[in-house]
Design a protein. Sequence first.
Length: 279
Amino acid sequence: MLHRELTAAAHGPEPHQHVTISRPTTRAPGRHSHMSVDSGLFGPSSVTWHLHADPAMWIGGISALHLQALHPLAAMGIVQNSSFEEDPLGRLVSTGSFIVQTTWGTRAEAEQAGARVRAVHARMRIHEPSTGRIHRLDSPDLLLWVHCALTRSNLHAVRRGGLKLTSRQADRYVHEQRTIAALVGLDPTDAPGTTADLDDYLTGMHGTLAASTEAMVTTASCPGRRSTDCTEHCARHGPPPPAWATRSSLPRPRPSTGDPDYLRPWRLRPYARPAPQPC
């Protein structure tokens, strides 16, 4: 196995704070030349491969759902165009499958996954009852919101769960996710390229966010022991590792139990729910 530090790949080393990934060297049987391997959109030296293998991604997905639903139009889109209330776990599994295909699939598999998502979104519309307006689900503003909420939630969850990433590696992850933004129909240059840009975007969205009726319906349907307390349940008891967790060769720390910081207070405040307390 060839060991390569992500720190070195992210423009220089930072001592005492790094993660290491293992890259297999694949050779054709009976030959000394390397086989040509399709590593997909990112490859084993990317931050994305490593970060998406962390089991805290499950927490990130639930956190992202709560955050995404605070956008009134996004919440209407979920309620009006999906069966989330009847099958919330199916929605999370579908999102997880998309992440697996675009992270570790071949380039063709990733592009096919993106094409499927774009085709589905292109057919969907959102009816805004208060104005009578009809909105496209694949409008750039909504796509950007969903993309940024998911990127920020995943990054924050795995770091709070114990994965040590340097600030350079975190920036590189955000930059790599521009590739996913392009897959779902965004101009990749419109997506944030650093964590600072990502935080600036989210801060600028605060005035738009609200715990609408649709947001409350969406988050109340979130899978857990008690549907209305699913976030606290997952934070306290630790969710089952997702399928993609087996892809990593690194130790997998248990997500920080009861750590309220993965779902920041400004996200929880509109729902009028307290952050989960430490066990």
